[in-house]
Design a protein around this ligand. Structure first.
Ligand SMILES: O=C(O)c1cc(=O)[nH]c(=O)n1[C@@H]1O[C@H](COP(=O)(O)O)[C@@H](O)[C@H]1O
Length: 231
């Protein structure tokens, strides 16, 4: 497992299109890390996750669990048996839910708490969550709760990565979606930045979907992301 992973978000409808997408990446000496989200997981189920694990990929299973503590705890225990490397839960599920997830994750699975989705703006958060908190305050608050309970890291925009580090620890993971290569469209995302800026601000890992998957040459786009991230 690489220390500062760049996850390609495999937001594809099925296994066949995913296998086709991954073909050009097989010639790389270092395999990319992969994120399997709801679309692919609900389409293909655990068997396809196991296939990707057997092929040697680091796997981030992004199911964003959000339910009562008993249900989340038992679900995390089942997911841990898939030997995936990372799993998402919603920080807003509360301390007891987070604690149930931590208690059931086993040794190797890393739990990432989603703070505020990168698609949300401050106005939307204020209106739907009936809060006067800024994004910075809200993300920091949720990150601190997750950190104190023993979650391994957060999902947030890279724009908040330094703030999270300051309120938690250097070791606390700060994995950041909402990443675009410069010139690419933002789409449904709101809090967006480039791989290079994410690194400068203090992200410890990236999630990149459409800037790679929808690129004319996905392998070249991935290599560009890696260059900005590592150089
Ligand atoms: O948990 C996530 O990975 C996630 C959290 C978040 O706040 N925002 C977010 O975009 N994501 C995921 O990251 C990926 C971003 O995709 P692109 O916008 O295409 O790069 C998608 O698979 C989202 O499900």
């Amino acid at each position: 497992m690489t220390e500062k992973p760049v996850f390609i978000a495999l937001d594809f409808p099925d296994a066949e299109s995913t296998r086709g997408f991954l073909k050009p990446f097989s010639k790389l000496t270092e395999r990319p890390a992969l994120k399997v989200g709801m679309e692919l997981f609900y389409s293909e189920g655990p068997d396809f996750v196991l296939e990707l694990k057997r092929a040697g990929y680091t796997i981030f299973l992004d199911l964003k669990l959000y339910d009562i503590p008993n249900t989340v705890g038992h679900t995390v225990a089942r997911i841990a048996r898939l030997n995936v490397d990372y799993l998402t839960i919603h920080a807003i599920g509360g301390e007891k839910m987070l604690a149930a997830a931590v208690a059931n994750k086993g040794e190797s699975l890393k739990l990432l708490a989603v703070t505020q989705l990168t698609s949300l703006s401050e106005n939307e958060i204020r209106e739907t969550q009936l809060t006067s908190a800024t994004i910075a305050e809200s993300v920091t608050h949720l990150a601190k709760i997750a950190y104190e309970i023993g979650v391994d890291g957060t999902i947030s925009s890279a724009l908040e990565a330094d703030l999270i580090r300051k309120h938690t620890s250097d070791q606390f993971l700060r994995i950041t979606p909402g990443i675009r290569l410069s010139g690419d469209g933002v789409g449904d995302q709101t809090r967006v930045t480039t791989p290079q800026k994410a690194k400068i601000i203090g992200a410890t890992g990236l999630v990149v979907g459409r800037s790679i998957t929808q690129a004319e040459n996905p392998l070249a786009a991935y290599q560009q992301v890696m260059k900005e991230w590592r150089d």
